[in-house]
Design a protein around this ligand. Sequence first.
Ligand code: URA
Length: 241
Amino acid sequence: MRGERLDRLLARLGLGSRKEVARLVRGGRVRVAGEEVRDPGCHVPPGATVELDGKPLRVRRHHHVLLHKPAGYVTSRTEGPSVYALLEGFPTRDLSPVGRLDKDTEGLLLFTTHGELLHRLTHPRHKVAKRYLVHLLHPATEADRQAFAEGLVLEGERLLPALLAWGEDPTRVELTLLEGRFHQVKRMFAARGNRVLYLKRLALGPLGLEGLARGEARYLTPEEEAALYRAVGLWGEDAQG
Ligand code: URA
C-alpha cells in the first residue's frame, strides 16, 4: 500500500487547504517517520508518524464518512451523477460505500476505507439494523407486518425477520432490516402487492442523520466510530481507526 499523499493527509486533519499545508511542508516544519520532508506530494506509509513542529499528529489509519444522500445520485463511481461528486475534499479514491442506495433513495450512506468493517456491516451474520422510512401507495396491513416478521420468501429465499411499524398513517411506515439485498425494501413491498413511492434510510446500526442536511457529508465523530466498531465486534485490536 502506497499510503496517502502528505498534502491531502494534512488537509484532511484540518491543518489548512492543500496550498496552505504545502507551504508548511516546504518550510521544513513536517517530519514523516522521523525524517524531514519537503515534498507535499510524497506518500505517507500506513502507520508512519507525522509531526508538525516536532509534535506528533494523530494520523488515522482509516476514515469513515457519513453522507446524507439526496435523490438523483447514483451509488457508483462510473455512472453519474455520482455520490462521489458530493464528497469533495474527502479521500474519495479510498472510500467505498457500505451497501448501496438506489438513485431515487435518500438518506444515510456511509463510506469507509476499512475493508473488514465494510464486510461486517454488510454481512447478514452481524445483523446490523438498517432503518428506512417508506411512503407506500397502499396502507400497510397487519398481515404485512406478520409476513415481514416471519421472514418473507423472495424468489425462493427466506429473508431475515424484518420489523414493520407505523403510527397514525399506515402509508408512512418504518421498516428495519438486518440485511441489505438488492432493492430489498421495494421488492418486499412489491411481493405484498404494494409499491414504494418514497424511500429514505434513517439509520445504520448506531448511526443516524442528525445534524446532516441533505447533500452534506462529514467524518464520523470518535463516539460514532467507537459505537460502530462495537456494533460489529471490532472493538479492540482492529479498531485503530
Ligand atoms: N431497498 C431498496 O429497495 N432500495 C434502496 O435504495 C435501499 C433498500
